[in-house]
Write a protein that binds this ligand. Sequence first.
Ligand SMILES: Nc1ncnc2c1ncn2[C@@H]1O[C@H](COP(=O)(O)OP(=O)(O)O)[C@@H](O)[C@H]1O
Ligand SMILES: C=C(OP(=O)(O)O)C(=O)O
Length: 352
Amino acid sequence: MTHVVATVGPACSSEEALADLLKAGVGVFRFTASKTPVDRLSVLAGTVRDLADGLDLPVELVLDLPGAKPRLTNEEYLDLAGVTELVLRFDGGPSAVTGPVPELGVSGFGPSDALPDAGDLVVVGDGEDALRIVGRSGGTCTAVPLTRNVVGIRRGVSFPGAGRSGKAQELTEYDLAGLRAVAGTPFDAVVLSFAESAGLVERARVVLRESAGTGPLPAVVAKIETAAGAAAAAEIAEAADGILLGRGDLLLDTGPVEFHAACRQVLDAARTAGRPVLVGTQLLTSLAAGWLPHRSELATVSELLEQGVAGLMLAEETAGAADPVRAVTLLNELRTRYAPTAVRTALFPRRP
Ligand SMILES: Nc1ncnc2c1ncn2[C@@H]1O[C@H](COP(=O)(O)OP(=O)(O)O)[C@@H](O)[C@H]1O
Ligand SMILES: C=C(OP(=O)(O)O)C(=O)O
């Protein structure tokens, strides 16, 4: 059975909204540690578990650790409408989004990392927005927005052409702390972002085992979202308990032409290794842009359901969009039509 996975975010963090999503068919919730500290997410995950128990519905809870990625530091939304120029500071310091020239800190750049230069493009999040660098002085750049959307909280940023594949992905201090904190929490699985090798999965398991003592271990899910990760999908799938195909970041790395081939590589590798695969990002985002969904999204979701993928993961559709229940309800209806197996099996049975 294909599970409906929802990302928790501002649009669905009240108890009422979470209960509505459970009733609409969500079987797995993803909590993103890039936005909220793990201790707060653990409390929220406990609330979801209690709600599901109260409704007598099964639920699995997944903690997504962000890995190493440059990110904006803003704690508030930034509406780009009317912004003609903004400042990017690559020292990772705080952002100031009010005022005529908003300032955005960017974290994740070390002193030896090359900074973008005049003429370079900066893509925000999964490509919702883009900025063009027009000047640079030391660690500070000025940029002009090329889009007019609202920039979300602490979105990732990427630099087309610079490519992030092949940069060995070590566990960051933040991810290590998250792994150490997961024992005894309600989380059934942890997700490692930007997985490019089986070694990353194995190192995470060692940390989990050290901190869990004799307690049960959460499953380890490798999020594959770079070309290098797709190329190593076979060995990663062997090592991990599950795969999350992160199509949002993957497109930023592969570019549009190689995107489909990389997705196929990951889906094939997971199937060969017999691991559950979740597919995420921009499955039904078009629902927020108009009344009816785009035909291409409907076709892709229906085909993935027919293929029997283990889960379809909504991100912005439940975390940030105006009507999370509508997206979940549609996905549930498509599941009934195209993947009608009623037998529910847990995605991540607890490891001893
Ligand atoms: N507090 C929040 N504010 C904004 N978005 C959130 C929040 N919590 C969760 N999200 C959702 O988390 C998803 C993943 O976030 P993240 O891993 O940081 O991706 P990105 O690198 O694209 O910013 C986004 O799709 C976003 O909708
Ligand atoms: C699922 C993804 O990652 P995140 O939402 O954590 O950026 C993705 O890139 O598609």
